[in-house]
Design a protein around this ligand. Structure first.
Ligand code: FRU
Length: 540
């Protein structure tokens, strides 16, 4: 790169050039409404374009994620009757690439006695359950039956499908695990090869515990052990997930990750997710400090948030992936504190982007690293590239086609940070913006949505922050903006912040800023999300 291009002037010029190009391009009108199944328009101003949302009604947790016969299944907590929580059933969508989703009819409806709460699905390859027919491997869903009354009984139940998840039969012998109590829910089941049995992790929510059970056939369960209270144990524990990962990519060193969500917790305000790392011997999970923590003598169960934003909850992982080396999960992109008040209609609730998950052990402790799945690259359309240059004081507006700035991916690399505060503002409009910045004095990466647009509650007007050390004054950001959400992946997913925002329709500007000093823009690429790729997302 030439010296000239490194200058601030060059950066300004590049942005101005982009503006001209954009002005020409903008002569074409904004994106045409996207037609979906039955002529439905999937183009409401706040409707996510590349995150899954149901066409209508309320959605929360992802459930029963499984890959089978070339399809990724996404089931989810769904109210078929309205835009607030209730009548919980399992909604259903499928995808062939983790990017484009097709919504299918409700898979498992509530019944008169029980709502259908969260749970998982296994591919019962050995037909241990006996639900299979000759030549067909059954999918078995394990979920919580929840009596609708407050404090009602919660027990674990089964349903099975032998037609690629299209239709489900509830097991006549339900429930299969009933402790006669409430607050016992969210079974995550997996096959534990060395022990040749199924293992279930479910929460005793009010006791801040994950209870483990074992079964040969999914129908008969025996108690194995309990984990907790530990970490953040100040709210109700929900939605456990337990899975092995190689440490620092080394298949010879494997540790188990236990993810637990906490409702009304201190992990993040409202509801948030934490993780523990340790060993699982088929019966007991024991948390373990990372090498760095052990040296420092700190507790094995320090609070480890997974996502420092407010809108990442109830993550669940895909079972039976074709690439056994991958671990992919997705979460509900909302927060129980205000989920019922978000200003979207006729739907309420979105999923995050699907993310590859990996585990690193570093001086500061364990890191659960999340990066958007590579399949999302198919969404990249026109690219605006800003050459390197220094940015100081002034705010720089990027040039994008009209309407494009609210569905983009941005990849930025900053270096030689001297500014006290620097970063990127998205969803910029009259008096509005969502600010993604790095505060050097505090050593924090943050997302400030206090002026992001419509604020469903006073608490929503918040600044979320993650501790982050700049190595050599450098910061790498991958930011996905989708009409009513912002996901920020810093330093290749070492730190993540996920936030909903509800900007006015015209608030689609993007700006760079640096305060109290300068920072070098090493590179900045902005990809408009391709209209055709998006449209395919809706070819339901
Ligand atoms: C988490 C949760 C789960 C429960 C489900 C009910 O968001 O509260 O514990 O199974 O939602 O919809």
């Amino acid at each position: 790169m030439s010296g000239a291009l490194r200058s601030t002037t060059a950066l300004a010029a590049a942005i101005a050039l982009g503006m001209l190009a954009a002005a020409a391009a903008a002569a074409a009108a904004g994106p045409a409404p996207v037609q979906a199944r039955g002529g439905r328009v999937h183009d409401e101003p706040l409707r996510p374009q590349f995150h899954f949302t149901p066409a209508r009604n309320w959605m929360n947790d992802p459930n029963g994620l499984v890959h089978v016969d070339g399809e990724y299944h996404l089931f989810y907590q769904y109210n078929p009757q309205g835009e607030t929580w209730g009548h919980m059933s399992w909604g259903h969508a499928v995808s062939r690439d983790l990017v484009h989703w097709r919504e299918l009819p409700v898979a498992i409806p509530e019944d008169p006695q029980y709502m259908i709460f969260s749970g998982s699905i296994v591919v019962d390859e050995g037909n241990t359950s006996g639900f299979g027919a000759p030549g067909s491997t059954p999918l078995v869903a394990i979920f919580t039956g929840a009596e609708p009354r407050t404090g009602g009984r919660q027990n674990q139940q089964l349903a099975f499908s032998t037609d690629r998840g299209r239709t489900w039969t509830k097991y006549a012998g339900n429930p299969v695990l009933d402790l006669g109590i409430g607050n016992f829910r969210d079974p995550k089941v997996f096959w534990y090869g060395p022990g040749k049995r199924w293992v279930m992790a479910a929460v005793l929510a009010a006791r801040h515990q994950v209870a483990l059970f074992g079964s040969p056939d999914l129908k008969h369960w025996t108690h194995l052990s309990d984990f907790g209270p530990a970490g953040a144990a100040d709210g109700a524990w929900e939605c456990p997930d337990l899975f092995p990962l190689p440490v620092n990519g080394d298949p010879a060193t494997v540790r188990w990750v236990l993810k637990v969500d906490v409702f009304e917790s201190s992990v993040v305000p409202g509801s948030g997710a934490q993780f523990f790392v340790g060993r699982f011997d088929g019966t007991t999970f024991a948390a373990e400090p990372s090498a760095g923590e052990a040296a420092a003598g700190s507790a094995a169960t320090a609070v480890n948030p997974i996502d420092y934003g407010r809108d990442f909850y109830a993550a669940a992982s895909w079972a039976h992936l074709p690439d056994a080396q991958r671990h992919v999960w997705i979460a509900w992109m909302s927060n129980h504190e205000y989920a019922r008040l978000t200003p979207t209609s006729p739907w309420r609730g979105a999923m995050t982007l699907p993310r590859d998950v990996s585990l690193r052990s570093e001086d500061g402790g364990w890191r659960l690293v999340q990066s958007p799945v590579r399949e999302l690259a198919s969404l990249r359309g026109r690219r605006v590239r800003i050459p390197a240059g220094r940015l100081d004081g002034a705010v720089r507006r990027l040039a994008l086609r009209r309407g494009a700035g609210n569905t983009v991916e941005l990849q930025a690399q900053f270096s030689a940070a001297e500014a006290g505060d620097f970063g990127i503002r998205v969803h910029v409009g009259a008096g509005q913006s969502t600010q993604i910045g790095y505060d050097r004095a505090r050593g924090e990466l943050y997302v400030d949505r206090s002026r992001s647009g419509s604020l469903p509650t006073a608490e929503f007007a918040a600044r979320s922050a993650a501790p982050l050390v700049l190595h050599g004054g450098r910061l790498k950001l991958d930011i996905w903006v989708d009409r009513s959400s912002v996901e920020v992946f810093a330093d290749d997913g070492e730190r993540v912040l996920t936030e909903q925002v509800f900007p006015a329709p015209g608030s689609d500007g993007i700006e760079l800023f640096a305060r109290d000093g300068s920072v070098r823009i090493e590179s900045l690429d902005v990809w408009e999300i391709d209209e055709n790729a998006r449209r395919a997302a809706d070819a339901r």
